[in-house]
Write a protein that binds this ligand. Structure first.
Ligand SMILES: Nc1nc2c(ncn2[C@@H]2O[C@H](COP(=O)(O)OP(=O)(O)OP(=O)(O)O)[C@@H](O)[C@H]2O)c(=O)[nH]1
Ligand SMILES: [Mg+2]
Length: 461
């Protein structure tokens, strides 16, 4: 871990959510050598309250120039190194509301602090050795988690689960590297190397990395959520399904074909997985200009979705038009064909066993809600959400790319071993793998990478 970086300047930002701009409490956070002096300048604490670390003071934020009281507030002083950034930190807990808290922040800036960049508090925490990079990234993931499971995974990262797992793999590689490098330099003085044991160990680590890369997709699913487009001919009940799943009258439903003209999005969480559900205009040939534009959007949504729910009307039966729509779904996009209006057609709801020639994978009724649970379960299963429960830690995209690169380097090292090349050929690839894993945990990471990682954070964190 690096030594405390000793930043000369003091940064400040609103640490609580600023949109939609209402909340009972808003926090202005100040970190750096000037944090406490700025607090003294702007905060008036009545009586004999003493400025002790980790104590809360009651008082007012006062503009020193005019004497105007800006807000009634609490001040929390956390002296270095017992703070998030390991610097002196002052937090002003003000009343919520956009305007008041911005005025307090302006005052803090006028008193000598600089506006913090996104993620700059966390970056300082990292550079001062307060957290490793995986924990810092987990903070950002906790903040942006859209579902209970995503928050649980972020918490596992915060607890150091990922750091431990990657750190342990890196250690194992370092052990092998040490053995090999010793042979490069002192071949004659050492007992002969057990090449089979080395390659077995490298292969074991490579497999674990590949497992982590595979699980990253699940983590990504939980973090980012799935985009699911409901597509079908007009009047098959797409908007009715959106409403059923969103538990509210999100979309207009009528018995007129061509009711929905535009894309409608609904954010929801199904079985712990966040989804963006898209209701689309029913696709059919039409001369109506507005409808044509809507249909164009439906086609785009269909092409850009992670999964397509293709709906058809069981009362009307599967048609050539439905077949044509099915053929529009691109390769690689998860597809679930769902027959709606099972109530009207007098058909049983639920999963249709595969291989019996039915076009529907699942039958349901958006009107009564029958078959809804089976539809949701099957959709999530096809999206790979079924194995989510087993995922303990999840790499984000940056970490996944590095783990994949490490696995690739190990593959190359094993290749060199198989060809019985000299030790130094192996060590080049092995060292590359160690470096990639070090970039995940932050042991070996460049400033440019750090800037990129932390700039994705929100301001005030
Ligand atoms: N009997 C029955 N009727 C349904 C069911 N689902 C939807 N409907 C009816 O079908 C009609 C069309 O429903 P919508 O949800 O508007 O269909 P849509 O696919 O969004 O249609 P467009 O927006 O025109 O493409 C409405 O009259 C609904 O009440 C169902 O499960 N059973
Ligand atoms: Mg509709």
């Amino acid at each position: 871990m690096p030594d405390p970086a000793g930043f000369a300047d003091t940064i400040a930002a609103v640490a609580t959510a600023v949109a939609p701009g209402e909340g009972s409490v808003a926090i202005v956070r100040i970190s750096g050598p000037e944090a406490e002096p700025i607090g003294h300048q702007l905060f008036v604490a009545p009586g004999s309250q003493s400025w002790d670390s980790h104590r809360v003071l009651y008082g007012h934020v006062v503009d020193p120039a005019s004497g105007e009281r800006l807000d009634e507030a609490l001040l929390l002083l956390m002296r270095a190194p017992r703070s998030f950034t390991r610097e002196d930190v002052v937090e002003l807990h003000c009343h919520g509301g956009l305007v008041a808290v911005q005025r307090v922040l302006e005052l803090v800036l006028a008193a000598g602090a600089r506006r913090a960049l996104p993620g700059e508090f966390s970056q300082r925490a990292f550079l001062n050795g307060r957290l490793d990079l995986t924990r810092a990234e987990a903070i950002s993931e906790m903040i942006t988690a859209r579902s209970r499971r995503a928050a649980q995974l972020a918490m596992a990262g915060l607890d150091g689960g990922l750091q431990l797992r990657i750190g342990a793999l890196r250690e194992r590689l370092l052990d092998q590297l040490a053995e090999l490098e010793a042979r490069v330099d002192f071949e004659e003085d050492l007992p002969p190397l057990d090449g089979a044991a080395v390659t077995a160990e490298l292969e074991a680590v490579r497999l674990e990395l590949e497992q982590l890369v595979a699980e990253a997709r699940q983590g990504e699913l939980l973090r980012r959520g799935l985009r699911v487009a409901i597509v079908g001919r007009p009047n098959v009940g797409k908007s009715s399904l959106l409403n059923l799943l969103s538990l509210r009258e999100r979309a207009i439903v009528t018995d007129l074909p061509g009711t929905t003209r535009d894309l409608l999005e609904s954010e929801l969480v199904l079985d712990g997985v966040p989804l963006t559900l898209l209701d689309t205009a029913g696709i059919r040939p039409t001369s109506d200009r507005v409808e044509q534009l809507g249909i164009e959007r439906s086609r785009q949504a269909l092409a850009a979705a992670d999964a397509v729910l293709l709906l058809f009307d069981l009362e009307a039966g599967w048609s050539l038009e439905d077949q044509a729509l099915r053929e529009l779904v691109p390769e690689g996009v998860v597809l679930l064909v769902a027959g709606n209006k099972a109530d009207g057609a007098g058909l049983p709801v639920g999963l249709v066993p595969p291989g019996d020639g039915e076009p529907a994978d699942v039958r349901f009724s958006a009107l009564t809600g029958a078959g809804r649970d089976e539809l949701v379960a099957e959709l999530l299963r096809r999206c790979g959400a079924g194995c989510l429960e087993g995922v303990q830690v999840a790499l984000n995209a940056r970490q996944r790319d590095l783990a994949a690169a490490a696995a690739l380097s190990l593959g190359a090292a094993l290749e060199a071993a198989a060809q019985q090349l000299p030790w130094d050929f192996w060590t080049i690839d092995l060292r590359a793998a160690v470096r990639a894993l070090g970039e995940i945990t932050g042991e070996a990471v460049s400033e440019a990478v750090l800037d990129r990682v932390f700039s994705r954070f929100c301001i005030g964190k």
